[in-house]
Design a binder for this molecule. Structure first.
Ligand SMILES: [Zn+2]
Length: 404
């Protein structure tokens, strides 16, 4: 809760006006952050009184900046507030190691249309960026919208990102994307603002705002897929570290004699136990399996597939326990392709993590499956876009009633 917000009662007129403007800005920031939020939650998020929130929401509604719809929370009537659809749309992009997902969403964060394309290993940035621009053009045509309506684009890429340069900050982690200023390269193709962030980080944000991490803090979001990564949300905000590599659990080295990892280090978690090594260890008995084949066979009861996953999970749990000892999370949310296995993966992960964490005031760390599924990072990219949008200039001249 923001405790510095001040209600306007008892202040001089000029101070009241500037405070009201500041309060409007805080309310709009909270609506952009959460996409859909009730008036009661807005009061909680901004520290403003319910009365002040109600007055400002009414002004924004009259100005056509927000929409309100009746809803219910815990059996009580409530009012949902979202940015108005007429403001425009946002685009979300998730560039994974083997998948591309692109969507257009309303200012309320509702996905209107989406596209998915499997990608080749070590895909190249220029062809993927061209494809994203093509997908967005096609989808705009499909929903009858124009490029000018895009307020901003959020991009989630499965590698640590330097937000100042918009580049992958650890070379080799996403081959084909090194030394590419991703934001500007896509801005040239789309002609709108683009924000880029690590996919696991935006996945953490998405699960915390509208998924299994909601209401908990700190939260670790662990993604186990073609890569292994973690995003940390601490005091409601993403913890990125100094250079943006915080949470790179897949490259924690715990065997200095282990195999060389593609990051250049030796004995990283991903090199020892990532999906590539899982699939490699099954080659002799099962031939060339994909990650989807592995999860499908494990679910179907294939003993060798289950064993490979269980062994890998012990290593992942050991690394996760180390991160838990450092961060002391209230909850760990698990996403990514392997998480689709449910308790087949989560139970050994819980056991291994519990075995190696320091006992805290709670008996065990809560480890739960993500709720947003394979589109978690895409939803996070939409959240990223919404947070960064600037309202169009024609709204800046809106005259608000100076209600009190
Ligand atoms: Zn590594």
């Amino acid at each position: 809760m923001i405790s510095t917000m001040v209600d306007t009662a008892g202040l001089a007129h000029g101070s009241q006006t500037s405070l009201r403007e500041a309060n409007r800005a805080h309310i709009l920031d909270a609506i952009k952050k959460f996409g859909v939020i009730t008036q009661v939650e807005l009061a909680d998020a901004t520290g403003l009184s319910a009365g002040t929130v109600s007055v400002i929401v009414k002004e924004l509604l009259e100005a056509g900046i927000v929409n309100t719809t009746p809803t219910s929370r815990s059996g009580r009537r409530a009012i949902n507030v979202t940015l108005a659809r007429r403001l425009g749309i946002v685009a979300g992009v998730h560039i994974g190691r083997r998948d591309l997902r692109v969507c257009l969403a309303s200012p309320a964060g509702e996905i209107l249309i989406k596209q998915h394309l499997p990608l080749a290993k070590d895909h190249r940035s220029d062809t993927v960026l061209d494809r994203i621009a093509l997908f967005i053009s096609d989808m705009l045509n499909h929903i009858g919208a124009s490029r000018e309506e895009i307020l901003g684009t959020g991009v989630a890429l499965d590698a640590p990102i330097d937000r100042t340069t918009s580049m992958v900050c650890s070379p080799g982690l996403m081959r084909g994307w090194d030394q590419i200023a991703i934001g500007p390269a896509l801005e040239r193709r789309l002609d709108c603002d683009v924000v880029v962030e690590n996919g696991t980080n935006v996945g953490a944000l998405a699960e915390c705002r509208m998924g299994a991490g909601f209401g908990a803090d700190p939260v670790i979001y662990l993604s186990v897929s073609h890569g292994i990564g973690a995003g940390i949300v601490y005091e409601g905000k993403l913890f990125r570290g100094f250079s943006g590599i915080a949470g790179e659990i897949g490259h924690v080295s715990y065997d200095d004699q282990g195999p060389i990892c593609y990051c250049g280090n030796r004995g990283c978690l991903e090199a020892v136990t990532g999906t590539s090594s899982m699939l490699e260890s099954l080659k002799l008995t099962h031939g060339n399996l994909s990650l989807a084949d592995l999860t499908e066979r494990a679910t179907g009861g294939d003993i060798a597939c289950r064993r490979v996953i269980e062994d890998a999970t012990r290593h992942i749990g050991l690394a996760l326990a180390g991160l838990c000892n450092l961060i002391d999370p209230q909850r760990v949310v698990v996403g990514g392709d392997i998480a689709r296995l449910g308790d087949l993966f989560l139970d050994p992960l819980r056991a291994a993590t519990s075995r190696f964490t320091l006992p805290g005031s709670t008996p065990t760390i809560e480890i739960v499956p993500g709720e947003l599924g394979v589109e978690c990072e895409l939803v996070g990219a939409v959240c990223l876009a919404l947070e960064s949008i600037r309202l169009p200039g024609n709204l800046e001249g809106v005259v608000f009633h100076d209600a009190s």
